[in-house]
Design a protein around this ligand. Structure first.
Ligand SMILES: Nc1ncnc2c1ncn2[C@@H]1O[C@H](COP(=O)(O)OP(=O)(O)O)[C@@H](O)[C@H]1O
Ligand SMILES: C=C(OP(=O)(O)O)C(=O)O
Ligand SMILES: [Ca+2]
Ligand SMILES: [Mn+2]
Length: 655
């Protein structure tokens, strides 16, 4: 039967005929007209005002009795932000106003600053006191996307909806530029001197850099402010404020910190810790202590961090991690540079390891609940994630090998320094032309089996990951307590120097507690806490080599991720605990003779090396490096009695 089904009369060529009204005017649309007379009116219909974040307080009939009206609360919030942004040398803080300066709404801005407008202009008043600082406060990912795309060069939406950005000249952390204020209180508490990551600076220099950052931020049209939380353990949660100049940084921290609910935000009050990220602006090399254009400065007394001269976003998350490494042990809580997940039966595993060893990859496991990929606390209540998001490496990412991370790269995710097709916007994950350290930062709930809230019971397994590019460490070893401590304090990994042309030799790195760059106290303090907790809760230690097999870098190959996953599965299930073990030479490690799903011959690395002599030489070389590194710890006592210390010293390689 002919006809198009919607009752329109058909014209000769099969198209519906256009109806002509009696007045001769032609109407080609049948839908109702919009309820607007002008374009401006039409646009005003598009956006609905967000519900106020303070629906109950101060409103009649609310059960809660409240001290403040909504107006007063808003005023206090602006005042708190103005206080954060205040110069310490001028009388008045900036006049803070919420909203994008590009949008002129015609509304009278709610202004807040230290004193009132009636300051008599004197020569001590600078131009900065005449201008407003526009604050973009806890924007949503969609708003931050728009800001980034409009105003930040190098921002693009990829085909899967992620926000691709560039971090500028710095595409990784700058540990040599991380400084900590040394004063009376930190003098005795912190780890200083040889091996310590804490490069000292004085309070005055900190204030010089702080002033530089604050002036820079106030000179901009607008700044981003994030008020968020750290630590999923409600008893030990920390309120953090991040002041930054880029939408990219605001979105990154939105993803990486714990996101407050509207109610929590309403009661946020004064932050416990504030970051001033002025990363586009360099530090001044005429300033005392400055050795480059970059400085990341921590002042524990003021509870502030200043970032100058680097836009690498990881600096913020790892900077806050350092702060937690100070604050948590003060409360007898152990802070851990580890990933963490939990099985269906509630068995928790920790994954320690330096950058690139597999914390993120192996804690993101489709068969287990993800608690977190990088930073945790272990208290008497169990474990808790410090963060609200994950920061995965993207180099050579494949959908097949890491499906959950692949699928998390969607709207809301920040993709740093990746390369994509200019037309399709498909990301080329194998491309290293900007950097090898390409990254994705996404909220933890983008992983389907994330455990929210991100807390769990006491760990059953403590897995130490080493990416051994020498290829001599076994794929898996079971450790006794002394060995666990020995390897935890050593914090070994060896990566290939990839960036330097022609370098074939793997570079051994020893980083105490698998995170020397972030710890604030002496490593033995954390080690002693770990030993106590593992003993108390009966956790088993494991050493897993996620690096080379069949020879060193250049000759052998990286361990297949599928095999490492099988090994990890066997640890989780408990089956590896019951395996048959044999002891290795030199390192004295207990290695299983069989692991389900893994070829048995690879379990003892000597079998995989065609050249046995080269194997032995390499093994001894690595043992020598371990011994040399541990020398600095031999004079330290670990824990209350010296028994553990002696056992730990004896748990190293013997040759
Ligand atoms: N056998 C393996 N085990 C773990 N990771 C592996 C393995 N082989 C290759 N990889 C790759 O190594 C990288 C590990 O990095 P990641 O998990 O981000 O480390 P971390 O979180 O500890 O910094 C990932 O890119 C992963 O794909
Ligand atoms: C963010 C970092 O952590 P990781 O490499 O351990 O994921 C980093 O080291 O810069
Ligand atoms: Ca936010
Ligand atoms: Mn990681």
């Amino acid at each position: 039967m002919a006809g198009n089904g919607n009752g329109n009369a058909m014209g000769r060529n099969g198209l519906p005929t256009i109806q002509t009204r009696p007045n001769g005017i032609c109407h080609d649309d049948s839908s109702a007209p919009v309820k607007a007379n002008t374009i401006d009116e039409l646009h005003s219909l598009q956006k609905k005002k967000s519900a106020p974040t303070t629906p109950l307080n101060g409103i009649q009939g609310a059960a809660n009795f409240s001290f403040f009206t909504e107006e007063e609360r808003q005023q206090q919030q602006l005042q708190s932000i103005s206080n954060s942004l205040a110069s310490l040398t001028r009388e008045t803080g900036p006049k803070v106003v919420k909203g994008d300066p590009a949008k002129r709404t015609g509304e009278t801005p709610k202004v807040s600053h230290h004193h009132h407008f009636t300051v008599t202009p004197t020569i001590s008043v600078s131009d900065s006191s005449l201008k407003f600082t526009h604050v973009l406060y806890n924007l949503s990912p969609a708003e931050l996307y728009e800001q980034a795309i409009k105003y930040e060069e190098g921002s693009f939406i990829t085909s899967s909806g992620a926000l691709a950005t560039l971090s500028g000249a710095k595409t990784g952390r700058s540990p040599k530029d991380k400084r900590v204020v040394r004063d009376e209180s930190t003098e005795d508490d912190l780890w200083w001197g040889k091996g310590s990551p804490n490069i000292e600076m004085d309070e005055h220099t900190f204030l010089v850099n702080r002033e530089r950052a604050v002036d820079y931020l106030n000179s901009l049209d607008k700044v981003f402010v994030n008020d968020q939380f750290l630590n999923w353990d409600p008893e030990h949660q920390i309120k953090v404020r991040i002041v930054s100049a880029r939408a990219y940084h605001s979105l990154f921290m939105h993803n990486m910190c714990i996101r407050p609910t509207p109610e929590e935000l309403e009661n946020f009050g004064t932050p416990d810790f504030t970051i001033y990220n002025a990363g586009q602006f360099p530090c001044n090399r005429y300033t005392h202590y400055m050795t480059s254009s970059t400085s990341i400065d921590l002042n524990l007394g003021r509870r502030e961090m200043v970032i100058l001269g680097t836009q690498y976003a990881g600096e913020m998350k790892k900077g806050l991690f350092s702060v937690m490494h100070y604050l948590m042990p003060k409360r007898q809580i152990l802070s851990l540079h580890s990933g963490c997940n939990m099985g269906k039966s509630g068995d928790v595993a920790l994954f320690f390891g330096l950058s690139g060893t597999g914390k993120t990859t192996l804690s993101t496991d489709h068969n287990r609940y993800l608690i977190g990929d990088d930073e945790h606390c272990w208290s008497d209540n169990g474990v808790s994630n410090i963060e609200g998001g994950c920061y995965a490496k993207c180099i050579d990412l494949s959908r097949e090998k890491e499906p959950d991370i692949w699928n998390a790269i969607k709207f809301g995710t920040v993709l740093e320094n990746v390369v994509f097709d200019e037309h399709t916007r498909e990301v080329e994950f194998e491309e290293k032309s900007v950097t090898e350290n390409t990254r994705a930062a996404y909220p933890i709930e983008y992983i389907p089996n994330a455990k929210i809230p991100c807390v769990g019971p006491h760990p059953k397994n403590v897995i130490l990951l080493a990416c051994d590019a020498f290829g001599v460490l076994p794929p898996v070893s079971k450790l006794n307590m002394a060995q666990t401590m020995y390897h935890f304090i050593s914090g070994y990994t060896a990566l290939v120097a990839g960036t330097v042309e022609g370098v074939k030799e793997p570079q051994a790195t020893f980083s105490a507690c698998y995170g020397a760059a972030f710890i604030m106290l002496h490593p033995t303090k954390y080690a002693a806490m770990l030993a106590t907790k593992m003993e108390k809760h009966g956790a088993t230690g494991w050493l897993v080599n996620t690096g080379w097999s069949g020879g060193s870098y250049g000759l052998g190959k990286r361990m297949k991720l599928a095999y490492t996953r099988k090994i990890i599965d066997a640890i989780h299930s408990g089956s590896l605990l019951d395996a048959t073990y044999k002891k290795t030479d030199v390192f004295g490690l207990d290695i299983p003779t069989e692991v389900e799903g893994v070829p048995s011959e690879i379990l003892d690395p000597v079998n995989t090396w065609p050249d046995k002599k080269a194997y032995k030489e390499t093994l001894l070389k690595l043992a020598g490096l371990f011994k040399k590194n541990f020398d600095v710890f031999t004079s330290h006592k670990i824990g209350k009695d010296s028994k553990l210390t002696e056992e730990i010293l004896a748990a190293g390689p013997v040759f």
